[in-house]
Design a protein. Structure first.
Ligand SMILES: Cc1ncc(C[n+]2csc(CCOP(=O)(O)OP(=O)(O)O)c2C)c(N)n1
Ligand SMILES: [Mg+2]
Length: 329
């Protein structure tokens, strides 16, 4: 597939920055709150990967769906899950998107198209196919996006899902966020092929290998794949190259990561890089960006307070929304 040539306009670029900054600031606060002991939970930082969902989600609306993974807070925030209900859910409170019953590993918010978050590596893809099939059967124009990591592309479900999506021309985008590590395993140790995007040819669909930290390239790649899906032409595999700034899970000492490679990636942090570009291209002033960032911080302050003040679900909720009504005692 040829490199897309189109670029986002100034307004879209600013919106990509807003979404990426929300993810970055939210992540920084989350890690400090966990460190302080105010909240206790497993946390998988998406820091470093912000541009991918920010540049993807500006093409999507609430009817479009995503299925994401434990490291999917960036995907959820960019897709529009309200910060307050996200924090409440992660803290297991009744005011969360799933009334506190999903918790950090299973956030779901259908009103904003976040249909499932899963800790089972590879399982976002067949579920995304199901949502795409539903849209196809109902004649809707919505697109389904499966977010997953590089490690997940070695799971059987990846191959099964790509094959079926291609055979049925499903309106689905397979978005692999290649952050170079699967848990503690470097990419080269676990994956036989240099580019995951090349696997698309086995399933007769376009494969796009893109710098996921480049907002222009990521926006164009996502737009091309989404347009193809909406036009009924079938799925696309996007491999978005990025880097995970922290260890696999909060508290992981990350001694297995290449220190020089990590330092170089942090040096090229895509969020401040985009910030500098917005100013250099005179799309926005320093003061306007400072105001935007302060407003995001305030939103996060309020979300934290809201989550901490909210009650845990009543024990009676344990079985509610779990079994079909008729089967409840
Ligand atoms: C089916 C399955 N196998 C193994 C695991 C253990 N596990 C959790 S995360 C992970 C690594 C996945 O890496 P990748 O797909 O690259 O995603 P990333 O965490 O880098 O975003 C593994 C192997 C799991 N959760 N599910
Ligand atoms: Mg990975």
């Amino acid at each position: 597939m040829s490199e897309p040539k189109e670029k986002p306009d100034g307004k879209t670029l600013l919106e990509i920055y807003r979404r990426a900054t929300l993810v970055k600031q939210n992540d920084e606060r989350f890690r400090s709150v966990i460190k302080s002991g105010k909240l206790v939970m497993p946390y998988y930082s998406p820091r470093g990967q912000e541009i991918i969902p920010a540049a993807l989600s500006v093409h999507l609306d609430d009817d479009d769906t995503i299925c994401t993974i434990y490291r999917g807070i960036h995907d959820m925030l960019a897709k529009g899950v309200p910060v307050k209900s996200l924090w409440a859910e992660l803290a297991g409170r009744v005011t969360g998107t799933c009334k506190g019953k999903g918790g950090p590993m299973h956030v779901t918010d259908p009103s904003h198209g976040v249909m499932v978050t899963t800790g089972i590596v590879g399982s976002s893809m067949p579920i995304a196919n199901g949502l795409a099939l539903a849209a196809q059967v109902r004649g809707r124009r919505s697109v389904s996006v499966a977010c997953f990591g590089d490690g997940a592309s070695n799971i059987g479900a990846f191959h099964e899902a790509l094959n079926l999506a291609s055979v049925w021309k499903l309106p689905v985008v397979f978005l692999c966020q290649n952050n170079r590590y699967a848990e503690h395993t470097r990419y080269e140790y676990g994956t036989a092929i240099a580019r995951i995007a090349d696997r698309a040819s086995s399933y007769s669909m376009p494969g796009i290998h893109v710098d996921g930290n480049d907002p222009d390239a990521m926006w164009a790649a996502a737009g091309q794949a989404i347009e193809r899906a909406r036009a009924g032409e079938g799925p696309t595999l996007i491999e978005a190259m990025t880097f995970r700034f922290h260890g696999h899970v909060f508290g992981d000492a990350d001694g297995y990561m290449d220190k020089a490679e990590k330092a170089a990636a942090i040096e090229c942090d895509p969020v401040p890089k985009l910030r500098a570009r917005l100013i250099a291209e005179q799309l926005v002033s320093e003061a306007e960006l400072a105001a935007l960032e302060a407003a995001i911080d305030k939103e996060i302050d309020e979300a934290l307070a809201f989550a901490l003040e909210s009650p845990f679900p009543d024990p009676v909720e344990l079985r509610r929304d779990v079994y079909a009504e008729e089967l409840q005692a």
